[in-house]
Design a protein around this ligand. Structure first.
Ligand SMILES: [Zn+2]
Length: 875
């Protein structure tokens, strides 16, 4: 790094001095270069107080400028200057046309930002600042322009030429090339620009909007994948209908397109009218995709579609406001998935992710508020905090306002700001105006980082029939602030009678929302005839940690009786945590491990209750994860946590073998495969039972897993059996299954990714050398982010025992990969480094080993801004 990268602050925001009324682009795609001709109609921004004489345009160093003209006058080198990241024209009029021609080389673009090639298909990724790798521009979200785009390419090799909006003209040139012109009538920032050119095929359908407009829906992929697009199409139509019904939002263009590409840094991108998707988030078929994969496709298709309003029609003023579009849209897609599938299961899965990945981010060196105050590289802020915690913040507004006022608030937000680039404050202001509520204190959720901790105690006074809850809130220090002001927290609570029924509370409601606004508060419930068992934080109504001294008996009681499905699962988790924490302490002290009867009994009752949703049974019978137990520890003892969990699962397997075996049989499905909530639930429980049965140590269960592997008619069952055997002690059987699986699926890139991931997450000894060997395998490609994530990402993030090996080999391996990727793809490199940044949570020896590797990355050649920011903040 020649100079230290500069920090950009929210407080320095200024409106742009110029606006771009219209943008005309012409792309000439050739093998060794692409010519980009731009004609921009610029005008001074009337809102800008200062009137600079010159004009500064963003532009990456890789652009080669061929021509530059203002109002037809060609500029010479004395009229402008170019330095890293910008083109400055010394003097410009108030209104003018800027013409430029630049040359770029998509084939050499391994960062996958801007215009690049994915397996021979040209595609773009412009969010956040990729457009400046395509041409000189005011590449900031508050500059919105109407785009007209012409794409020219060889007709035989690139028969499909796409961009945003509607196609308005096309033609053939004499030299075997052809062109198509697209016009997008909606002004948009450059980050929503998209271009695709390639030999693609598509499936087509139509959707009639609530007001009767016909929309053409086209989903593009390589020909071999055409049969895997139906689920995405069904999901798209369902999301379009849902957004009309739940938010009153209609689609606005005549065509909506999705393109699947294999080389992609993220999941998918909501470019106006032309979404570009990672294949992993759009392709789905019974044979090649797991149930979780089907649900992911449904959720991501919906998420990107919902952005058409929450993101595109109303966009962000600047990148500090990223959660304006992402937090809101994640909340919207979570509600959609909850409506399509099981609401409680969806909530449990979201909370599991939040409590492991987001809470640990909040406790680490990269902790930042939902609306960050500064950044070096914006790509580093596409985080769990901005997305998932941002969605929790919107969910809390929904809880505080109730569904009707929330809907009125969102209607007002869209009405007020359609066609504008706005802030999270504007969003909250619309919610306040529609509801009449004051959310001033609530807005601290946007500006304060860290996970609040609630300490709750209670008392019951039988003579007065009064029950009191005393709640204290506190928030640990984070890098941006050591002192935190109290948050406004909606705490949903129910009280259970000793018989296990909900006691009627205010207005006979069985759940009430307590509003915490101070650091200490007492809530009084009157007319409570008996001492209740409290059901606290129902539905996980706020992203907080909660401490209340439940006894094991109370948790078993809540597991059986709580009317809130989420809290029934939560009671099982809390019971699991208490028991596992005791086992961890025993392991550390060298004591013999003994499994508590309370857990066996509670699990048995749940397994035998055939009235429960099998998916919830599976969730309840899954012990707290290694990551969650780590997150709850002051110092993470990877080996002790692993040993305690392994012991508990093996002991449960032996104690409940008969029950698991019966439940396995009950869940066998003899009708045709469907990715329906009902079948997904049965397969989830069946495969959980199989995981326990394999631990019972009997050859018949290995045979059962092998039989499921070879007989399965769907990828969920096949992959579950593979992973369970690979992660077991049956290593000979595992090797045979792995090679069988690979030869069966070597032509299916996404299935091969799961084959890589199953091996990378193997807790057995020797996983690192296996991963290193796989990096030389034909199935691996360091330039493809999906491969990197499946192998290197999974090993470092989901194989704690091997990654944290005491000799530091896992850390060294990760540092090597980060250094290699820093040059190829900085975004992926900086995401991968995350596990090393959490060094403070481990013992002293590991801390030193991890810091040594961070320092080694820091000292290595030229670091990208992406990696520099994460590593320098972590050391
Ligand atoms: Zn998004």
């Amino acid at each position: 790094m020649s100079t230290t990268p500069s920090v950009i602050y929210l407080k320095d925001y200024q409106v742009p001095p110029f606006l771009i009324e219209s943008t005309q682009l012409r792309f000439e795609l050739e093998d060794d270069r692409t010519l980009v001709k731009a004609e921009l109609r610029l005008t001074r921004n009337p809102e800008c107080q200062v009137k600079p004489r010159g004009l500064l345009m963003h532009g990456d160093e890789s652009l080669r400028l061929c021509r530059l003209a203002v109002d037809g006058q060609v500029l010479t080198a004395k009229d402008y200057s170019i330095d890293a990241g910008a083109l400055t024209i010394a003097e410009v009029p108030d209104q003018f046309i800027l013409e430029s021609v630049v040359e770029i080389d998509p084939a050499k673009n391994t960062a996958l930002e801007g215009l690049y090639l994915s397996d021979g298909v040209y595609c773009t990724q412009c969010e956040a600042e990729g457009f400046r790798r395509i041409t000189y521009y005011l590449d900031r979200p508050d500059v919105m322009s109407v785009f007209t785009t012409t794409v020219v390419a060889d007709k035989a090799r690139f028969p499909v030429l796409l961009s945003n909006g509607n196609p308005v003209a096309e033609g053939d040139d004499s030299d075997g090339r052809h062109w198509v012109t697209w016009e997008d009538p909606f002004p948009k920032p450059a980050y929503l620009f998209a271009l695709v050119a390639g030999d693609l095929k598509h499936i087509e359908d139509t959707f009639t909007t609530a007001s009767g407009k016909q929309v053409a829906l086209r989903l593009f992929a390589e020909e071999k994948d055409l049969d895997k697009l139906d689920h995405a199409m069904t999901s798209l139509k369902a999301s379009m209908r849902w957004d009309e019904q739940v938010y009153g939002r209609e689609y606005d263009l005549e065509i909506y397109m999705i393109v699947a590409v294999d080389f992609f840094n993220m999941g998918a991108m909501e470019n106006k009218g032309l979404n570009v998707f990672n294949t992993s988030c759009v392709l789905a078929s019974q044979k090649t995709t797991t149930d979780a994969g089907f649900q992911r496709v449904e959720a991501v298709v919906a998420h990107e579609y919902f952005h058409n309003w929450s993101g595109n029609r109303v966009t962000c003023r600047d990148w500090f406001q990223l959660s304006l579009k992402e937090g809101f849209t994640v909340f919207r897609d979570a509600e959609f998935s909850a409506d399509m599938n099981s609401r409680t299961v969806k909530r449990v899965e979201d909370v599991q992710l939040l409590r492991t990945a987001q809470f640990s981010e909040d406790a680490g060196p990269m902790a930042h508020p939902v609306r960050p105050a500064s950044f070096i590289e914006i790509s580093n802020f596409y985080t769990m905090t901005v997305y998932e915690k941002g969605a929790e913040v919107v969910r809390m507004i929904h809880t505080l306002l109730g569904p009707d006022q929330f809907r009125a608030g969102s209607d007002l937000y869209f009405e007020r700001h359609d066609g504008q680039a706005v802030t999270t404050d504007d969003f909250v202001a619309a919610m306040e105006a529609a509801s009449g509520r004051d959310l001033t204190q609530f807005k601290r959720w946007y500006s304060q980082a860290g996970t609040p901790v609630l300490d709750i105690t209670d008392e019951y006074d039988p003579s007065e029939s009064v029950y009191r809850l005393r709640v204290k809130q506190a928030c640990p220090p984070t890098p941006e602030a050591s002192e935190k002001a109290p948050f406004h927290i909606p705490l949903q609570v129910g009280l259970l009678s000793p018989e296990g029924t909900d006691m009627p509370l205010e207005n006979d409601a069985t759940t009430v929302t307590l509003e915490l606004t101070e650091s200490e508060q007492t809530f009084t419930f009157t007319g409570i005839p008996q001492k209740p068992v409290p059901s606290l934080l129902r539905g996980f109504s706020a992203p907080v940690k909660l401490n209340y001294a439940y006894s094991q008996a109370e948790l078993v009681f809540l597991m059986q009786h709580d009317s809130d499905g989420f809290n029934r699962w939560e009671a099982a988790q809390k019971l699991g945590v208490i028991i596992l924490q005791a086992l961890i302490a025993d392991y550390q002290a060298g004591r013999e491990l003994v499994l508590s009867d309370a857990l066996v009994g509670a699990y048995r009752a749940v397994l035998n209750d055939t009235t429960l949703d099998p998916a919830m049974v599976a969730k309840v019978l899954t012990l707290p994860s290694q990551a969650y137990l780590g997150e709850l520890s002051t110092q993470i003892d990877v080996d002790a946590i692993h040993a305690a969990r392994e012991f508990a699962m093996n002991a449960l397997a032996c104690a409940l073998e008969a029950e698991f075996s019966q439940a396995y049989k009950r869940c066998l499905i003899d009708v045709a495969y469907q990715p329906s909530a009902e079948q997904v639930a049965q397969r989830m429980l069946k495969n959980l039972c199989l995981s326990y049965l394999l631990r019972a140590g009997k050859p018949e269960y290995l045979a059962l897993a092998q039989q499921q592997f070879s007989d399965a008619d769907n990828m969920t069952d096949e992959q579950a059996a593979l992973a369970l055997v690979v992660h077991s002690n049956y290593q000979d059987a595992a090797q045979a299954m792995l090679s069988q699986f690979y030869s069966r699926w070597s032509q299916e890139s996404l299935v091969v990714n799961s084959w890589l991931a199953v091996q990378a997450s193997n807790p057995c000894p020797g996983a690192l050398s296996q991963v290193e060997a796989l990096m030389q395998h034909e199935a691996f490609n360091m330039k493809n982010p999906n491969k990197v994530r499946s192998l290197i990402g999974v090993f470092c993030g989901q194989n704690p025992v091997n990654f944290h090996a005491k000799d530091g080999s896992g850390y060294r391996f990760l540092a090597d990969q980060v250094v290699a990727l820093n040059e190829l793809n900085p975004q992926i490199a900086s995401r991968l480094v995350a596990p090393l940044t959490k060094w403070k949570r481990y013992d002293e020896t590991r801390q030193q080993l991890m810091r040594d590797q961070l320092q080694r990355i820091m000292d290595s050649a030229e670091l990208s801004r992406d990696v520099y920011e994460v590593v320098s903040k972590s050391i």
